[in-house]
Design a protein around this ligand. Structure first.
Ligand code: NAD
Length: 476
């Protein structure tokens, strides 16, 4: 059985306790993980707090911090295959996707490496001739980065990259569901030469490890990605230490197809938009809103494409949909699909748990035209399930699209230019994709509002959010 360790204060250690990790493709235990309890978490935060003030990090120039991040990106690229395989093994995410995502991860570290020495202060044109006022941008402090299981290397890169570029130190908590890739990533942090304590990587369960970390008095910022219920707890926790929080949460993103769209391109984007990552993606386009005049034709194309998807072992390159990460997730999905069918939704394909080992769930499409209140329309399932609804007019499409408490992403497929502009203006979403879906870049901010959270990751602004401004008045 493979063994993994925590990385605290520059050292690898086994953790106060251990727990077993299972392979979602087979259900078999394959590795033993360290479990951080309160003493481990406290040591990690103390190490990060010491490193923040220690000359080895504090006296490092921004350019030197950038070089460390650049080296980290190179190492991620060098070990891409190993990291991808570990993520696939521990979370069930297919190897095609984990391999492709590692390239993005390196890009994000490089982008923030380049930004490290571009975080500037300012001099204010104050109206007192004998005074000079300058603004210094200083590191915010110790960051607690808490991530879910679905894309841990990526979701931590969008936190560590800007935090380290800004001069913060970090305690990164990997998800207890599949922590292997981040625990292995810690070896690269060590090899890159970050001073001890600057980056600490631990894992453990939310209720103790997560709670101790996010309430710790020396934590200045909690950068969280996960579900809305946990986010509420994180915000309550922040009443303890008054930490700044950023919350990247879930979504129930509309994918809107007008009759004038290129239907084939829209169908391909919709299939990838919902079934990639076995639907376990915060930006999954899980609500299809299609104009009534083309709904039957479009549904037919989708069903054909969904049924042609190759479901299989996540470590095989031909596999297009793999298992879900957890059994709990699969049970929740099945319950919502069954309840929706009970309310009149019609299964176009999928909807039945396959026989055999592993946590598989088939690509599923539910026609909800006769079940406008079906739970599959409003609940985030985090699985490969698409709810289809129809609309007649643009106004109706908007009303349906915005009729949710989530506001993460939205896709619009149309060849009408002015309609595309009206939609991008009026959709409640942090990201709108027009005639494309799921494009990401380190340069482009990423995040939602409402039940989808607050704050943005990616881009220059994200790095500034890991700084605090110090105003200096000097009599001349
Ligand atoms: P989750 O909220 O259960 O867990 C996320 C992390 O929070 C885990 O590391 C967990 O251990 C930790 N945690 C749990 N309870 C805690 C507590 N009381 N205090 C501190 N930490 C605690 O989420 P999940 O089920 O692992 O992931 C699925 C959710 O993540 C979905 O809602 C999905 O949409 C969301 N997600 C969002 C994005 C995004 O970028 N917005 C990306 C991926 C996933």
């Amino acid at each position: 059985m493979e063994q993994f360790q925590h990385y605290i204060d520059g050292c690898f250690e086994p953790g106060s306790a251990r727990f077993e990790s299972t392979d979602p493709a087979t259900g078999a235990v394959w590795a033993e993980m360290p479990e951080a309890r309160a003493p481990d978490v406290n040591r990690a935060v103390e190490a990060a707090a010491r490193a923040l003030k220690a000359p080895a990090w504090r006296a490092l120039t921004a350019t030197a911090r950038g070089k460390l991040l650049m080296r980290l990106a190179d190492l991620v690229e060098r070990d891409a295959r190993r990291l991808a395989l570990l993520e696939t093994r521990d979370t069930g995410k297919i190897i095609r996707e984990t391999s492709a995502q590692i390239a993005y991860v390196a890009d994000y570290y490089r982008y923030y490496a380049g930004l490290a020495d571009k975080i500037e202060g300012a001099s204010l044109p104050i109206d007192k001739p004998d005074m000079e006022v300058t603004l210094r941008r200083e590191p915010l402090g110790v960051v607690a980065a808490v991530v879910p299981w679905n894309s841990q290397l990526f979701l931590s890169a969008v936190k560590l990259g800007p935090a380290l570029a800004a001069g913060c130190t970090v305690v990164l908590k990997a998800s207890e569901e599949g922590p292997a890739p981040l625990l292995a990533f810690a070896e690269l942090v060590h090899e890159a030469g970050f001073p001890p304590g600057v980056v600490n990587v631990i894992t453990g369960f939310g209720a103790d490890c997560g709670a101790v970390l996010t309430t710790h008095p020396k934590v200045a910022r909690v950068a969280f990605t996960g579900g809305p219920e946990t986010a509420r707890q994180i915000v309550r926790n922040s009443a303890e230490n008054l930490a700044v929080t950023s919350l990247e949460l879930g979504g129930k993103s509309p994918f809107i197809v007008f009759a004038d769209a290129d239907l084939d391109s829209a169908a391909n984007a919709q299939v990838a938009g919902i079934f990639a990552a076995t639907g376990q993606s915060c930006t999954a386009g899980s609500r299809l809103l299609v104009q009534a005049s083309v709904a039957d034709e479009f549904a037919c194309r989708l069903r054909e494409k969904a049924e042609a998807i190759r479901i299989g072992a996540p470590d095989e390159m031909e596999t297009e949909v793999g298992p879900l990460c957890t059994l709990r997730q699969r049970e929740k999905i099945q319950a919502v699909v069954d309840a929706s069918v009970g309310q009149g939704a019609r299964l176009l394909t999928g909807g039945v748990i396959p026989e055999g080992p592993g946590r598989y769930y088939p690509p599923t499409i539910l026609d909800c035209r006769k079940a406008p209140k079906a739970p599959v329309i409003c609940q985030e399932l985090f699985g490969p399930v698409l709810a289809l609804q129809t609309f007649e007019t643009e106004a109706e499409a908007l009303e349906l699209a915005n009729g949710t408490d989530y506001a993460f992403a939205a896709g619009v497929f149309t060849t009408n230019l002015t309609r595309a502009h009206r939609m991008m203006r009026d959709l409640d979403a942090g990201i709108v994709w027009v005639n494309t879906y799921r494009a990401v870049s380190p340069i482009a901010p990423f995040g939602g509002s409402g039940l989808s959270g607050h704050g943005r990751e990616g881009g220059l602004a994200a790095a500034l959010e890991y700084t605090k401004v110090k105003t200096v008045w000097m009599r001349l």
